[in-house]
Design a binder for this molecule. Structure first.
Ligand SMILES: [Fe+2]
Ligand SMILES: [Fe+2]
Length: 494
């Protein structure tokens, strides 16, 4: 976590807010409020109001609300369709918060409440009153907000207001969702083309359009900031023939997403994307016979392979002369095989502190390189094994903090994972559940086999329970390697 982020979270703990007008502060605090308020609302269904947990959860909420009120700022939360607005700013939903947000809005929608507003400093007892009242509201009563109003007025409380649900027209919502996915796809495929262009350009000694790359990476950053899962989902694309291109784009996506999670400012995130895009550029100078070799490489061939970070760094420096490029880009190419304890390559003559960009690109590179086929190696595809291995190597090959954040971001069953269910059906993970308790219960698209190939079946939610037996209807039995079944998961996820 960045110092900046830490500061803001301190703001959430009762100290004055650092900069309430700042968009990122609003997003962070609005999101945190939803998480804490949802916990409290769920708590109301489990405990009675004097329970210690309720006390603590109420206090957690107050720590978000009151600093805003003290700073004389509005505190208004609105749910419209699948969108959440804090003080009229739309909150981007990160993949790992998706389920909690969804559950929260389900609870609110059930009660017909779409708006919460706090306008005075809140006491614990008042907030508890309100939450238990909210919890006790009957379902599908569209006058619930009036009921709350009356109840609050009777108790002389004027500092809380609720409003009824507003609806987006269904078409609007669909367009919105589609737009995001469409935008992500555009960014992905444009980047892919660009890498292809760049590689050909370098081979033919043409000038490279750095500006175009920079703009695309800025689009990638916006896309990830709005909806992390859309681009991350595309990063599961692997195309055997175009391995290098896909790999470069995927590394840039993983790097941006990880960078975003640790609070790297937006401007630098696009540079980080560029560092990812160009990290393997030095491979252009490796002869194809070595790159594509399926047998074991000779020591001489390894020496050639091991040169690519140095060649790549030199090439990026050269590009730098063609346009304004941050020096940070060089570290992506130079450091991505160095390893955290510097035991990787290139061999260094003296100790060096790895840069943040270098450490991020190294993680993104390693993960993406393993979750895809390689011509010269029998690979382990399965994501959870790779993540497990990466965790084992934390502090040795990878920065221990970054690797943990990365694992958390990818999750144990990332989008596009091929799974076998206990019902003997095969499926592909389409939507992850980010409530930690439900992490093994994603939404899965079932596959069926007909006319010589696997086809898309219906989408099932693994959270579904059998009413009678009170057990889950379907569960993941194990993950499978899509290459063994000749399945291109990307076709199903896109
Ligand atoms: Fe590399
Ligand atoms: Fe790489």
């Amino acid at each position: 976590m960045s110092e900046e982020q830490e500061d803001r979270i301190k703001g959430a703990e009762g100290e004055p807010l650092s900069d309430p007008d700042h968009e990122e502060t609003q997003v962070l605090q609005g999101t945190e409020f939803i998480l804490r308020f949802y916990r409290l609302l769920k708590g109301a269904s489990l405990y009675d109001r004097n329970n210690e947990s309720i006390e603590r959860m109420t206090e957690d909420c107050l720590q978000i609300i009151n600093p805003w009120i003290i700073a004389e700022r509005p505190f208004l939360l609105k749910i419209v369709g699948d969108n959440y607005y804090f003080n009229n700013l739309r909150l981007p939903v990160k993949a790992d918060k998706f389920l909690i947000f969804k559950n929260f809005s389900r609870e609110m929608i059930k009660r017909g409440i779409g708006k919460l507003e706090f306008s005075g400093e809140m006491q614990a007892e008042t907030l508890k009153d309100f939450v238990f009242l909210l919890y006790g509201l009957e379902e599908n009563n569209e006058n619930n907000h009036l009921l709350v109003e009356n109840h609050m007025a009777l108790k002389g409380i004027q500092s809380i207001a609720t409003g009824k649900l507003e609806f987006f027209k269904e078409e609007d919502r669909l367009v919105d969702d589609k737009d995001q996915k469409q935008q992500a796809k555009e960014v992905y495929f444009k980047s892919l083309n660009l890498v292809r262009e760049i590689v050909e350009g370098i081979k033919n000694q043409r000038l490279i359009n750095i500006r175009k790359a920079k703009h695309l990476m800025q689009d990638a950053v916006s896309s990830i900031k709005q909806d992390e899962s859309a681009l991350l989902g595309l990063a599961c694309i692997k195309n055997y023939d175009e391995y290098t291109f896909n790999h470069s784009v995927n590394v840039s996506i993983y790097a941006i997403a990880l960078g975003q999670r640790i609070g790297i400012p937006k401007k630098q995130l696009s540079d980080l994307g560029m560092a990812g895009l160009f990290h393997d550029i030095g491979k252009i100078r490796i002869p194809q016979e070595i790159l594509n070799k399926t047998e074991k490489l000779s020591p001489e061939e390894w020496t050639v392979i091991r040169l690519h970070p140095v060649t790549g760094a030199a090439m990026v420096i050269q590009m730098k002369e063609w346009g304004e490029l941050s020096t940070r880009l060089i570290s992506g190419a130079f450091e991505h095989h160095l390893k955290y304890d510097l035991t990787g390559y290139p061999r260094l003559s003296r100790k060096k502190n790895l840069s943040l960009f270098g450490k991020i690109v190294a993680i993104a590179d390693f993960y993406d390189a393993l979750v895809r086929p390689r011509s010269y190696r029998k690979f382990l595809y399965v994501s959870e094994k790779i993540l497990g291995f990466m965790l084992e190597r934390a502090g040795k090959d990878f920065d221990p903090v970054l690797v943990k954040i990365f694992i958390n971001m990818i999750g144990i069953f990332p989008l596009g994972t091929l799974v076998l269910l206990d019902t003997n059906e095969m499926g592909i993970v389409m939507e992850t559940q980010e409530d930690p308790d439900l992490i093994d219960r994603p939404k899965v698209c079932l596959l069926y086999y007909s006319d010589g190939q696997y086809r898309k079946g219906k989408i099932v939610d693994l959270r579904e329970m059998d009413e009678e037996t009170k057990t889950f209807k379907k569960s993941i039995f194990k993950t499978l390697d899509p290459n063994e079944y000749n399945i291109n998961v990307a076709e199903f996820v896109i």
